[in-house]
Design a protein around this ligand. Structure first.
Ligand code: MBD
Ligand code: FE
Length: 295
């Protein structure tokens, strides 16, 4: 069955562009690319033209998630499944594809209204090595695992899981967690070795609850943690290790009010599903509001 192969890029609308330029480079280590268009800027993580498109605006949320497919055949196979499910989509124009630096692009929304894009053939600037926005010991874990994972809003997690299965993602409820609103049942889905590229079932103040990026070296996670503490940035969840992907991570607030999860050591996706009641250690809530779950 044809599937999306990875989370390729993410668009973000941000209300404080200058804060984001500093945050992306100085805190996270992303490479800033400015000046190609007046109304946006980009962050790179590797050889891709961009991994993040930042649209300065008057709100703060995810603008779109770009899921890669291998080629035109894979794209058509997925669109046929959307047809079968009666789910509407729009084939983007060549100009819109060029705007994303891809050769083929389709746009639609998931059942909760989150904007989704399918594409193939991103622009890879093989002549332009990644130049981190600050010192890094290693690199971001990307390649065939995509840029990381996103946890987005789902009004009806069952409907969301059914919908993302049409794109080829696999997964299930992987935790039963306590939150102030009662027990929550987050779903985690994968489309490559990364244990999850997509999660939903923990709703917060914005469509995007958090995004996770992974460092290849533990020392880069430690460095990021030092910088977050030195800058006095609010930490949502303290350092801890997840039961499902075994990644050592912590969560802190971006200038947009949703959380960034930075991690190291994520494990591979399993064939079979299992669920957990809590994490291995840590992940205590420090500043509440975004991730008020007892992991
Ligand atoms: C994650 O990446 C996560 O964000 C949560 C809430 C649980 C397990 C793994
Ligand atoms: Fe996460």
């Amino acid at each position: 069955m044809s599937s999306v192969t990875e989370l390729g890029y993410v668009g973000l609308t941000v209300s404080d562009a200058e804060a984001w330029k500093r945050f992306g480079t100085d805190v996270v280590g992303l490479e800033l690319v400015e000046g190609e268009e007046d109304d946006r800027f980009y962050f790179r993580m590797d050889y891709w033209h961009h991994r993040f498109v930042i649209h300065p605006g008057d709100s703060d949320d995810i603008a779109y998630a770009g899921w890669r497919v291998a080629d035109e055949d894979a794209l058509e196979a997925i669109l046929a499944r959307l047809d079968g499910a009666g789910h509407a989509y729009r084939r983007a124009s060549p100009e819109e594809a060029a705007e994303r630096r891809v050769l083929s692009l389709v746009k639609f929304e998931d059942p909760s209204g989150n904007p989704v894009e399918l594409f193939h053939s991103p622009l890879i600037e093989a002549h332009l090595p990644f130049h981190p926005g600050r010192r890094m010991h290693g690199r971001f874990v990307t390649g065939n695992q995509g840029l990381g994972h996103i946890l987005i809003q789902a009004d009806d997690p069952v409907a969301s899981q059914r919908f993302y299965s049409l794109l080829g993602l696999k997964g299930a409820v992987q935790y039963h967690l306590q939150s102030p609103k009662g027990t929550v049942y987050p779903v985690f889905m994968h489309c490559n070795d990364r244990q999850h590229s997509l999660a939903f079932g923990v709703n917060g103040p914005s469509r995007l609850n958090h995004m996770m990026l992974e460092y290849s070296e533990l020392d880069d996670l430690g460095l990021a943690h030092d910088i977050v503490r030195q800058q006095g940035i609010d930490v949502a969840l303290q350092l801890g290790k997840h039961s499902n992907d075994a990644a050592l991570t912590f969560y802190f607030m971006t200038p947009s009010g949703w959380a960034m999860e930075l991690g190291w050591g994520g494990g591979k996706a399993l064939e079979q599903q299992q669920y957990h009641l809590r994490d291995i250690f840590g992940h205590g809530v420090e500043v509440s509001g975004n991730m008020d779950v007892q992991l």
